[in-house]
Design a protein around this ligand. Structure first.
Ligand SMILES: [Zn+2]
Length: 72
């Protein structure tokens, strides 16, 4: 599993992920909980907006940096 290249979470996209979008839905998650979506360069903005308008988006981090931090 961990050897596979992470793929963008956008529907139908098979591009390699570059970004991690950390988000939280306060209706179903505790405040410290973080769900993550992966995004390629092209879909980072689209996915960020999707989460942003709902008030879910917490953080956008480079995948490389996220992995270095241990990802939780
Ligand atoms: Zn994509």
């Amino acid at each position: 599993m961990s050897d596979e290249t992470p793929i963008c979470s956008a529907k139908g996209c098979r591009a390699a992920a570059v970004w991690v979008l950390a988000w939280n839905n306060p209706k179903i998650h505790t405040p410290e909980r973080r769900k993550t979506w992966l995004a390629c360069e092209e879909h980072r903005e689209h996915l960020s907006q999707f989460l942003g308008v709902r008030g879910f988006l917490k953080d956008v981090v480079l995948l490389k940096e996220w992995e270095e931090e241990g990802g939780g």
